[in-house]
Design a protein around this ligand. Sequence first.
Ligand SMILES: C[S@@+](CC[C@H](N)C(=O)[O-])C[C@H]1O[C@@H](n2cnc3c(N)ncnc32)[C@H](O)[C@@H]1O
Length: 262
Amino acid sequence: MGSTQTADNSLYDTLSDSWWDERSLLNLLKTTVNPWRVPYFARLLAQHAAIDSPLNLLDVGCGGGLLAEEFASLNCYVTGIDPSEQSLVTARAHAQQQGLEIAYHCGFGDALPFPEASFDVVSCCDVLEHIEDWQATIAEISRVLKPGGLFLFDTINRTSYSWLVNIVIAQELPLTRFMPRNMHVWHMFITPDELRSGLRKHGLHQRDLVGASPKGSPLHALKAIRGFKRGHMTAEEVGAVASMRPSRNVRGSYMGYAVKPR
Ligand SMILES: C[S@@+](CC[C@H](N)C(=O)[O-])C[C@H]1O[C@@H](n2cnc3c(N)ncnc32)[C@H](O)[C@@H]1O
């Protein structure tokens, strides 16, 4: 649990061509995390949208576009930004294949190259826990959001549970590990209280928080991950038995939204 290490974000360049590959680690975001967050975000977007007018949405830390494409399918004009240029090559190619128009830019969350008040919605999902000064990214998100705009997020809580699951089981134990070391670093995880006060400091009011639990039993999830690690199961097959579902348990991943007051 040392506190000097930072998350190794070069992994997103190394793994950049694998976002949409069903045998790849990054594809688990699509098959196990999207089933949890996309229906929740879709409901919020539907409530927020004015009739017949698509929302202008920025996805910060879009990677290969696994979530950006979902937003584009939900009648949003999507812009994605990520520092991994190589991931953006994959994102652009995939969106084109799907016939989706998404504007992808290379850049960091703490220096968004957009004028203030340019987006109805900004999302930043599974990203803040990868950024040392995540509050600088929140400040930028608040700046580019229109008054009345929505900020959608998910991230990982810093608890003994997340240390066990996300670090020890996922990255360290030889029998179970399926993620490279330092993909996540425990001390960079963010508690809901820290996030809430970071949002408030930058003028965003948090409105909701939803936790996550595995869809099946934890034992099923572990078995599926072992199968995936050995190449016996695809990410899709893992998702079928071990995707996340909304719950009140915020010991690990949690999602929510905040608004920028008018
Ligand atoms: C776990 S992936 C999440 C990808 C996508 N948001 C999703 O949920 O499918 C984390 C992403 O954050 C990006 N990232 C890392 N540091 C960042 C920063 N300072 N600003 C914006 N994005 C960053 C990485 O390049 C990577 O694509």
